[in-house]
Each structure stands twice: as C-alpha cells, then as structure tokens.
Design a protein around this ligand. Structure first.
Ligand code: AMP
Ligand code: MN
Ligand code: MN
Ligand code: MN
Length: 282
C-alpha cells in the first residue's frame, strides 16, 4: 500500500505557479508515492501530469477540484479517478470556468472603486487564460502592486465576503458537481471540510447532501487542517462510512505552507480513498 500519497495540488493550469511536470518532479523528490493533480475546474494539465508521472515511475490518478455552492457557501469537491473526456463533467467544468470572467470583471470594478486600478489586467498576467481567473491571481497582483504584504492579507482585506473586491460566485450546485464526478467514473471527496463557514447543523446538512448525491470520500489530512481537525474529521469519516483522503493543497513554493508530500500521517483505522481508485503505476 502507499505510504505517502498526495491527492490534492494545483498547477499553473489553475492557481498554482508550477507546471504539472515540475510538480511531478517535486512529488518524487519529496517521497510522494501516489500523486494526483487537482486543478480548480480544469483537467487541462492532466495529460502533462500523467506523462510526467509515467516518465518518473510515479503512481498517478486523475483529479480535479470542482467549485460548487451549498447554502450560499463555496464548497470544493475533489474528483479522483475521473474519465477526463466525460462530456457531462467537461460541460460542468466549462460552465464553472465561464462564470469566472464576469465575476473577475465585477471584482476589478469594485477594487477600482476603492482606488485600485487595473486589477483585471493585472490578475490576468498571472494566469493562463481569463476563464481560469481566481481570487489567488488577484491576490498576487495586489501584492505585486504594493497594496498588501502577502496573499493572505489580500484575502483578509479585499477578497472575502463583505470586503471590497468580493463577488459571490455562480458555481454549479453541490448535487450537480458530485453527480457529474460520479457519472465520469470518479470518486467525489469533500475537500478541506474545516474551512467552511458552516455551523454544526449546516455541516450535517452538507454531509447528508454530499452522500445523497453519491459523495464517497472526506479529506482528513490537508494543509488547511490543524491537528485537532484531522482527528475530528477522521472520526467523521469513520462514523459516516466515508473513505479518507489526504493532500497538501500545494499551490506555490513561495505561498504554500506545506510542499507536496509534507502531510501529517492519517490517523489509524481509516479506509483510504486509494483502496477504491484506479491507479496507473506503469
Ligand atoms: P476562487 O476559486 O477564485 O474562489 O479562489 C479560491 C482560491 O483562493 C482557493 O483555492 C485558494 O487557493 C485561495 N484562497 C482562499 N482563501 C485564501 C486565503 N485566506 N489566503 C490565501 N489564499 C486563499
Ligand atoms: Mn486554489
Ligand atoms: Mn480548495
Ligand atoms: Mn485546492
């Protein structure tokens, strides 16, 4: 079985800064023995990722991180082992990407109103295509232009609910996102559950809706989780019969706290998500 899987990270095909090949290289150097690239709402980096993994002898599984909404909150669902050509999943991802452009334009207009000009063009310079524009790219522009010291500060001051620069997104519904991953033969994993601003009742509703739509896994060990949250969600995975997943959510050497493979081990007694995945290891 795998000792150090990392099933969540981002390349420059979404809001990471490295190429899929560079990430595969880093994964091997860091001792990762099973790897998935999970870009936001895009599978465009997966062909390069698979090729690089194969060349390095690194076990690999296809992945994506789908943005969805539930109770007005953005929720991220990692899809693992997906068929990357499935028309229904590709259509859902395309719709999610297309709503990023008007959202980014509205964010830039709000930032302009508080005296920050040129944010749309500035953010676009950090990404491959406008339809991939994320808040992270705005964050990098606001740091570059001297408005904030780092990306975390940008989020606090500008890019979260109630702040100038925040625009509610129009992602697919939770049920549609989870269903599309399942229809594409993938396994849906609820990403970084501790990060959602939902109370206990709402979290229960989220778990219920997720499993009813066919969701199968829960991210237990991830850079967004403190040790007590890893323990809490390990219990939740056991109680709810969910497969346990882990991933660094690595974005860039400059911004991410943890590199690929730098994950605390998962608590004992969990059924790992990779026991149910089609893995290409040759
Ligand atoms: P978006 O898909 O445009 O809503 O952007 C979401 C991305 O922003 C996440 O995937 C993270 O990479 C990044 N992000 C969210 N919150 C923060 C934060 N507080 N500090 C730094 N990056 C964040
Ligand atoms: Mn991101
Ligand atoms: Mn996420
Ligand atoms: Mn992520």
């Amino acid at each position: 079985m795998y000792q150090n899987p990392d099933l969540h990270c981002h390349s420059h095909f979404s809001d990471g800064t490295l190429s899929p090949s560079a990430l595969a290289q880093m994964a091997v150097e860091q001792g990762v023995d099973l790897w998935a690239l999970t870009d936001h709402d895009s599978v465009d980096g997966l062909a390069e990722a698979q090729q690089a993994a194969q060349a390095l002898g690194l076990a690999w599984v296809s992945g994506v991180e789908v943005s969805v909404q539930f109770l007005g909150e953005t929720i991220h669902i990692v899809g693992l082992g997906i068929d990357t050509w499935h028309p229904g999943l590709l259509a859902l991802l395309a719709a999610n990407r297309h709503c990023r452009i008007p959202r980014a334009q509205a964010m830039a207009a709000q930032l302009e109103a508080v005296g920050i000009a040129g944010a749309y063009e500035g953010a676009v310079r950090y990404c491959q295509a406008p339809e991939l524009l994320s808040r992270t790219h705005f964050g990098r522009f606001l740091v570059e232009s001297g408005h904030c010291a780092n990306v975390a500060e940008v989020f606090r001051h500008y890019l979260t609910e109630g702040k100038p620069g925040y625009m509610p997104p129009a992602w697919a519904s939770l049920a549609d996102g989870v269903t599309a991953i399942g229809a594409a033969g993938g396994l849906a994993v609820l990403a970084h559950p501790a990060r959602y601003k939902l109370d206990a009742l709402q979290m229960d509703a989220l778990f219920d809706a997720f499993t009813q739509a066919g969701g199968r896994g829960l991210e237990v060990s991830t850079s967004a989780h403190h040790p007590h949250e890893i323990s809490h969600y390990a219990q939740q995975a056991q109680q709810r019969g969910l497969l346990a997943s882990c991933g660094s959510d690595f974005h860039s050497p400059e911004e991410s706290r943890w590199r690929l493979g730098e994950l605390p081990p998962m608590p004992a007694g969990l059924v790992p998500v990779w026991s149910a995945l089609p893995i290409s290891a040759d």
